[in-house]
Write a protein that binds this ligand. Structure first.
Ligand SMILES: *[C@@H]1O[C@H](CO)[C@@H](O)[C@H](O)[C@H]1NC(C)=O
Ligand SMILES: *[C@@H]1O[C@H](CO)[C@@H](O)[C@H](O)[C@H]1NC(C)=O
Ligand SMILES: *[C@@H]1O[C@H](CO)[C@@H](O)[C@H](O)[C@H]1NC(C)=O
Ligand SMILES: *[C@@H]1O[C@H](CO)[C@@H](O)[C@H](O)[C@H]1NC(C)=O
Ligand SMILES: *[C@@H]1O[C@H](CO)[C@@H](O)[C@H](O)[C@H]1NC(C)=O
Ligand SMILES: *[C@@H]1O[C@H](CO)[C@@H](O)[C@H](O)[C@H]1NC(C)=O
Length: 360
């Protein structure tokens, strides 16, 4: 009997160390890859040290969070490079053991990272991405939420690929003249949801039409791919809070966008083609409870609510926010969700251990 007890004791210790050591060094801290030689780019390295283990290397990076975004860990020598940015790696590189260099991205400072660590309250968070600080508002709904992007984050022009990874939907928040806020989850029209993702750009409009108000910086949210938006006679539009707002494109003009302007210049183009379709996301918006309100400010270059230009078609509609009075501004929230691995009960504790202790 006592032998059996000892066996389980030893087993428990093994399991614990397995979780702490093996899992710590894996994706808990960030995405980790063995990278191919071609991907290694030393021009992002700002510092090197002898760390001995990937975990120590990651922790050295964490302690310099404002400048360090990723690391290279050279397995043979134990050398660790602290990087100010990220490189493009493909998932398949995990299997490619052509180098003994591991690459780990440390990007857990945003809303998703906080959720992962079990810190669930909604609120404003500033963290580092590519050496630049980014401010977002985390709106948490249990196991997922939305990172509302501050005007400051758009103005810093740091790529938002990490914040806006999830491309099946986007949350728009409207500020009404009385100060109340409403929200709409925007997706593709039902018929396109399985086929096309949304696209997000900063100061670019790849293949789409350029903003009529050429004011920078801006966040560009595109619906149908431009190849499709070009086709006359197709059904186009968007879905807001489960309702399709559609139209048939009359001229193949590839406008299928929402643009949010983060700067403080005034619009110099004023146009409105007010339709049910172009208003759908506003009329379908659901009231938000005051405890989830995004901070508002009347400094035009701060906060979250922005002037916007919404343009669809063809015959969809065109709305510039300076031409309407029922909405003052709109904010953009990108969805984030907990990783499946973090659904484990003790994950937040292990995650903290990983960050705080020296496991090796
Ligand atoms: C290496 O990184 C620098 C700085 O981010 C970038 O300008 C350059 O294009 C990268 N080179 C390659 C081959 O990816
Ligand atoms: C849409 O993006 C998700 C990631 O958010 C990806 O897994 C999926 O394959 C993409 N779907 C299409 C149709 O491109
Ligand atoms: C929009 O969709 C509805 C139902 O899905 C359809 O009845 C209607 O004709 C569509 N409108 C346009 C303008 O295509
Ligand atoms: C609007 O203003 C921008 C600069 O703020 C300028 O480049 C552009 O030419 C102006 N457009 C018109 C139509 O006045
Ligand atoms: C800013 O907004 C507050 C409340 O919304 C208002 O009382 C105040 O007058 C505004 N200040 C300016 C300078 O517009
Ligand atoms: C545009 O249409 C919406 C919804 O029908 C309406 O509430 C709004 O007052 C209209 N705006 C203008 C300027 O006509």
């Amino acid at each position: 009997m006592s032998n059996l007890f000892k066996f389980f004791q030893v087993l428990a210790i093994f399991v614990f160390y397995y979780i702490v050591i093996v899992e710590c060094s894996r994706s808990t801290l960030g995405r980790t890859f063995f990278i191919a030689k071609e991907s290694l780019n030393n021009s992002i390295t700002s510092d090197t040290l002898n760390a001995g283990s990937l975990l120590r290397c990651a922790r050295a990076c964490k302690s310099k969070e404002s400048t360090c975004s990723s690391v290279y860990f050279y397995e043979k020598t134990g050398i660790c490079s602290l990087n100010t940015g990220y490189i493009n790696v493909k998932l398949t590189e995990t299997q490619s053991l052509s180098t003994n260099v591991q690459y780990m991205e440390l990007r857990d400072g945003g809303c998703k990272g906080l959720l992962q660590m079990g810190r669930l309250t909604s609120g404003e968070v500033t963290y580092s991405e590519n050496g630049k600080s980014i401010t977002v508002f985390c709106d948490v709904h249990g196991d997922h939420g939305y990172s509302f992007i501050s005007k400051a984050a758009i103005s810093s022009l740091t790529p938002l690929d990490y914040v806006c990874q999830y491309k099946q939907e986007v949350m728009l928040r409207v500020l009404r003249p009385g100060g109340t806020q409403g929200e709409s989850v925007l997706k593709q029209l039902h018929q396109y949801q399985a086929v096309y993702n949304l696209s997000f750009f900063l100061n670019r409009y790849d293949g789409y039409n350029k903003p009529l108000n050429p004011l920078q910086p801006y966040f560009y949210l595109a619906f149908l791919p431009s190849s499709m938006a070009h086709v006359q006679g197709t059904i186009q539009g968007y879905n807001a809070n489960g309702l399709d707002f559609n139209f048939t494109s009359s001229d193949g003009n590839p406008n299928s966008y929402f643009i949010f302007f983060a700067g403080n210049q005034r619009f110099n183009v004023s146009r409105l083609y007010n339709t049910t379709m172009i208003n759908g996301w506003i009329t379908a918006a659901l009231d938000v409870s005051t405890d989830r309100y995004l901070p508002t400010t009347n400094q035009t270059d701060k906060g979250y609510f922005m002037p916007f230009e919404v343009h669809f078609g063809g015959s969809g509609g065109l709305m510039m926010s300076n031409m309407i009075t029922h909405v003052v501004g709109a904010a953009v929230g990108c969805r984030f969700a907990k990783d499946i691995s973090s659904q484990l009960l003790f994950w937040p504790i292990i995650y903290q251990l990983c960050l705080e202790c020296s496991c090796h």
